[in-house]
Ligand binder design. Structure first.
Ligand SMILES: *[C@@H]1O[C@H](CO)[C@@H](O)[C@H](O)[C@H]1NC(C)=O
Ligand SMILES: *[C@@H]1O[C@H](CO)[C@@H](O)[C@H](O)[C@H]1NC(C)=O
Ligand SMILES: *[C@@H]1O[C@H](CO)[C@@H](O)[C@H](O)[C@H]1NC(C)=O
Ligand SMILES: *[C@@H]1O[C@H](CO)[C@@H](O)[C@H](O)[C@H]1NC(C)=O
Ligand SMILES: *[C@@H]1O[C@H](CO)[C@@H](O)[C@H](O)[C@H]1NC(C)=O
Ligand SMILES: *[C@@H]1O[C@H](CO)[C@@H](O)[C@H](O)[C@H]1NC(C)=O
Length: 491
């Protein structure tokens, strides 16, 4: 078995002074599967606390936070490298904090290193390229420095014809031969793309092809080079995004074969990938299932749209709170590793809120009172309040019933996310005066991670978004051969 991990520090000064730690490792296991380890990036709620730089743990002890393990034994750097052949390297980049928590991987494009958010809710592979003045310079790809990079010309067969009348053709510049949508800016002229977010913000630019190396394998791929960044996300993210969904979702407006399809064709991998999402880090397995990463059986749920699937939309009967009646959903759920939260269309969110306010009004910040109308339900992205850890245990279990025989249960501690994570020092210990047992309770800030998405079902065609708070601690198989998604417990 060959494996390599590089640990790196990165600083980013522009908005908040942050220090993060990240890793990327690739393993070739004896079953021939390629495993690429991904390290969990800071989540949205950490981003919120990061605004208060005085509380951020600048000087985290790397060795303590991320011990290097060799056969289950903690080892030092030197020893670790001695026993592991270098096959894949990560690169340190600026800012990784996003309004939603995410997982990311490191890869190389034309020999240049960058990082991409790993996303099952889209199909495009996009990275910032030199020329983008509104992009962060970190992780930017300089096409002129790659001998294998080529801009996709507007009249090339890779640029989808007749895309010029698409409302995504923001440039309005058309190829006279193919009527494809083009961009002519920053001294480049080529095939245009615009990647838009639910919020309406966009990343736009030109497609190019280049050799991509990831997990020790490589392939020529079509990549969206970001030249214009209209997003005003308040937090710095990893530079690029890697969509793992289906090709038919890649037309923005020109369609590009997704990286996973290119990699599996070139390297003869099966049309299956899987994700092991641990609370910190995890693995992406390209081309199969690594049975050493899960226990018990894998529960498969069919994709709602079968061979016509664009994303990983699965059947879902509905949700149950605290063992109560099923709140049925009419349009299933979508699996989005690029999201951190559990998102519900307004009609289901309303039921959830009512159930809590009827049955759990005794818990702090569930019901509004005379001194504050703010509740955990009033925030757009989950509201954060001070709670005692003993309160968190009293929050009911929320069951997401995917099939009659398989459900994902979230306990209070799973959907009330502590802020900041892994930072015990910031949690104060409060002694409750007058408590006869004079016991101490741990007081901390917790954020409700179930959010309302108005219009989700009518605009997107699914009732729920299953983000990382739901997916974490699962081994998830994206079986694109028979259009199903399987869930098992992580070891
Ligand atoms: C970091 O961890 C190492 C090894 O456990 C320890 O020897 C060292 O004192 C720690 N440094 C700090 C600043 O905590
Ligand atoms: C786009 O701009 C925002 C805000 O300036 C920045 O945080 C983000 O990193 C930029 N995106 C890219 C891909 O550079
Ligand atoms: C990548 O594929 C495109 C389209 O087939 C081709 O034009 C280009 O030369 C290829 N690049 C390399 C480095 O093979
Ligand atoms: C590709 O893999 C399949 C099994 O997964 C094998 O039967 C086939 O021979 C392989 N093809 C090549 C060209 O290696
Ligand atoms: C897909 O394949 C898996 C593994 O072979 C199997 O267990 C599952 O039942 C299949 N799902 C569907 C919807 O056919
Ligand atoms: C009322 O709400 C405020 C703020 O949300 C909270 O601090 C206070 O404990 C609540 N009081 C009661 C009686 O629930």
């Amino acid at each position: 078995m060959a494996s390599f991990c590089l640990y790196a520090l990165f600083y980013s000064f522009p908005i908040f002074l942050l220090l993060g730690v990240r890793t990327a490792c690739s393993h070739e296991s004896k079953d021939g599967l390629l495993r690429l380890e991904v390290k969990r990036a800071s989540g949205s709620f950490e981003a919120l606390v990061a605004t208060d730089i005085r509380r951020w743990p600048f000087r985290r002890n790397l060795t303590l936070d991320n011990p290097l393990k060799q056969n289950g034994r903690t080892v030092g750097w030197q020893e670790f490298l001695l026993h592991n052949n270098a096959r894949y390297k990560s690169v340190s980049l600026g800012g990784n904090v996003d309004p939603v928590g995410f997982y990311y991987i490191d890869l190389e494009i034309g020999g240049q290193k960058t990082s991409v958010l790993l996303e099952t809710g889209s199909s495009n592979f996009i990275v910032p390229i030199t020329g983008c003045s509104s992009c962060s310079p970190e992780g930017m790809i300089d096409i002129s420095r790659s001998s294998s990079a080529q801009i996709v010309h507007c009249d090339s067969s890779l640029c989808t014809p007749h895309t010029c009348d698409s409302n995504l053709c923001l440039t309005g510049i058309c190829s006279t031969t193919t009527d494809a949508c083009c961009i002519e800016t920053h001294g480049v002229s080529g095939c245009f793309f615009a990647f838009t977010f639910f919020s309406g913000e966009a990343l736009a630019g030109v497609y190019f092809t280049d050799i991509v190396q990831v997990a020790g394998i490589s392939s020529n791929a079509t990549i969206g080079g970001i030249l214009t960044n209209s997003t005003d996300f308040p937090f710095i993210t990893v530079p690029g995004r890697l969509g793992m969904a289906f090709k038919d979702d890649s037309c923005i407006p020109s369609c590009a074969t997704p990286l996973f399809d290119e990699l599996r064709k070139k390297n003869n991998l099966s049309n299956i990938f899987s994700l092991a999402l641990a609370f910190e880090g995890g693995s992406l397995i390209l081309g199969g299932i690594d049975s050493s990463l899960y226990s018990g059986e894998i529960h498969y749920v069919p994709l709602r749209h079968g061979a016509k699937s664009l994303l990983y939309d699965v059947h879902c009967n509905g949700i149950r709170i605290g063992g109560g009646d099923l709140i049925p959903t009419s349009a299933g759920a979508t699996i989005q590793s690029g999201q951190n939260l559990l998102g519900l269309d307004s009609k289901y969110y309303k039921h959830l809120k009512e159930y809590f306010q009827t049955n759990y009004c005794n818990l702090p910040h569930v019901c509004s009172n005379s001194s504050s109308s703010d509740t955990i339900f009033s925030g757009g992205e989950g509201h954060c309040f001070l709670f005692f850890s003993s309160d968190i245990e009293k929050f009911p279990t929320i069951s997401i019933e995917l099939t009659s025989s398989f459900r994902i249960n979230l306990e209070g501690k799973d959907y009330m996310l502590p802020l900041p994570r892994n930072n015990r020092a910031s949690k104060s210990r409060a002694t409750i005066a007058g408590d006869s047992r004079s016991s101490t309770f741990e007081l901390g800030t917790y954020c409700f991670s179930i959010v309302e998405f108005p219009g989700l079902e009518s605009s997107e065609g699914y009732s729920m978004i299953l983000g990382n708070v739901v997916l974490v601690n699962h081994y998830i198989v994206f079986n694109r051969e028979n259009y199903s998604v399987g869930f098992a417990d992580l070891i």
